[in-house]
Design a protein around this ligand. Sequence first.
Ligand code: ZN
Length: 293
Amino acid sequence: MTQSNFLLPFAFENQVAHGAIVQVEAGVAEFFAHRPYSEAVGRLLREALAAMPLFTTHMRFEGRINLQFQGDRRMELLVAQIDHHLNARAMAKAPADLNGSFTELLYGGILALLMEPSTEGVPASQALVLIEGDSLSQALEGYFERSEQLPTLIRLAVRGDRIAGFMLQRMPLQSAQGSQDDWEHLWTLASTLTPDELLDVEPTRLLDRLFHEDAVRVFDARPVQVVCRCSRAGISRMLLSLGQKEVDEILAEQGRVSVTCEFCGQEHVFTPHDAHELFKAADESGPEDDIRH
Ligand SMILES: [Zn+2]
């Protein structure tokens, strides 16, 4: 496998557990280029980005998974999102100089995992747990244990802008076979995984190395992208829904309309001329089109 950004799902033939490996590097530096975060916050964001693709391996809907850490300490918010095409992004609200351990930044806050299907009629769902553990991966393990009753081992590794994640999860009880001993055997093997191995070893080799005596079925690798969904077209839609009067007021006050994306930090600027053209085009194509495009 030469591809640099991918998710590799796997399952054990004995139906005791399944899991996934993710390794990502391309796009990470570019994604964070406009958002200067402190070292500690930048690291947590990269860990959250590495974790998101792991959660999609058993996603049964089209749409988005939204992970939020709401701190009650100095770190206000960390959000990571991924859609069913495996486009991932993350942002944090925290003082620029905020540093400290995971516990100091987020322990005791709330972890929320939101499932947001894009298909009409499929309801969104949300689960909340208290943030516990010494690391982001432990907090996520706690989420699966307490909210979904699924014993889970999660490892996340970061080196510069190279990020990687590993998940081993007990199959849901109704479909699980094998004994608790079988699960503990796999858990013990997986827990020997080091951050360097996770970052550097090609994933099928990594699975061989960890579980060489157990029959593992490896599924097709899927590409992962670290990108922001914000676009000039999206901001244009927002301005149209705001209405010409409101936009004219902003232009009169500030000379231009500037919208900065809170995820990637990119600034989208509309001059009076741009705004004029935008509303003119919308008038010409009719109001129906404004909503659809
Ligand atoms: Zn953006």
